[in-house]
Design a protein around this ligand. Sequence first.
Ligand code: PLP
Length: 410
Amino acid sequence: MDKKTAPFDVDKIRADFPMLSAKVNGKPLVYLDNAATTHKPLAVIERVRRFESEQYATVRRGSYALGERATEMFEEARKKTADFLNAGDPRQIIFTSGATQSLNLVAHSFGKSLKAGDEIIISNMEHHANTVPWQILRDELGVVLRVIPVGDDGVLSMEGYAKLLGPKTRLVSVTAASNVLGTVNPVKEIVRMAHSAGAKILVDGAQSVPHVRTDVKDWDCDFLAFSGHKIYAPTGVGVLFGKYEILDSMPPYVTGGDMINTVTLERTTFAKPPQRFEAGTPAASQVIGFGAAIDYVNSVGMDKMAAYEQTLLDYGTRVLGGVKGLRIIGNAPHKAAIISFWLEAAHPHDVVTILDDLGISMRGGHHCAQPVMQRFGVPATTRASFSFYNKTSEIDFLAEGLQKVIEVFG
Ligand code: PLP
């Protein structure tokens, strides 16, 4: 029986992740910061080890056997990514260093087609990576940045969005799932509305691609950005999906080796996508490790992972909701497995320090999303974010840890 058809056995899954048996402050690690980054299964670690110790060479340069084989493996990862997203043509997959670079690529390349007075729409729940690049464009080009409001429950206002869309809207750039509120946005409808206004749409999939099946054909989005390290792959690799004809109309962003057709001292002609956007020696080990992460996720089964993570979310919402003085921030009916909260007794930085003493790794802060903190009137939140390798017993342990925080500060 492969992992896909077997019943979901979280202890068996955990055995695939060496870091999960680590000790922190002398205590067994309880890792609840999966929205920040995820641990790596042995299959990924081993794949990178094998590439680096038995197969390593630079890609797309060496016409010797090792270089050609490394290039094939790199391109296999591109094909796996395209299949994983149901993107069709692998030329629509650009490898970047992460979601941040993918978003910046669109801002600085597609963004060059914009002019003063054009409008870009983002939302009030974006990560800084999907806010700052657009503010820079606004300041450089005079484009107008509009922001979709978010309700008290953490739900994106679709009426607010409809009001912002207009003939000047050129791009909508919104997250599929909020890294603070957990809110899962109705991407398909957001895309449909953007297109009917004649705008292009970029989806930030950093918190969604690792947790629910993604189908870019079904969404019909023009761009999708996400990071490998949040989906069990190494750091230093991310993806920008873009519809080929749009990518082909865009100028290069980073320039240099490997993104050209010809260079003379007078002028340069550029390669077609994806190479046009992959200047310099690529992160071959990371990309090949990323391909192994996709294989791993596929072997477990994305739908199974997603269903299990929803049970963790439901359990966590119930258990944490019962902790005295704890207010969950983000109560959308459709959420990713992320629970942000404000605890009356202590500041999030103090909360996570005490939890850390108990072996619980969790983030307290603004989560690189200060505008959403401002929206909810808090300087920071404490955030528990789950992966399919977490257990309900870890949530119980977290609740006990919060009782300790209350005893110390309360
Ligand atoms: N977008 C969202 C919604 C995120 O949560 C993050 C990271 O937390 C990013 C973008 C940026 O990802 P990275 O730092 O991997 O580039």
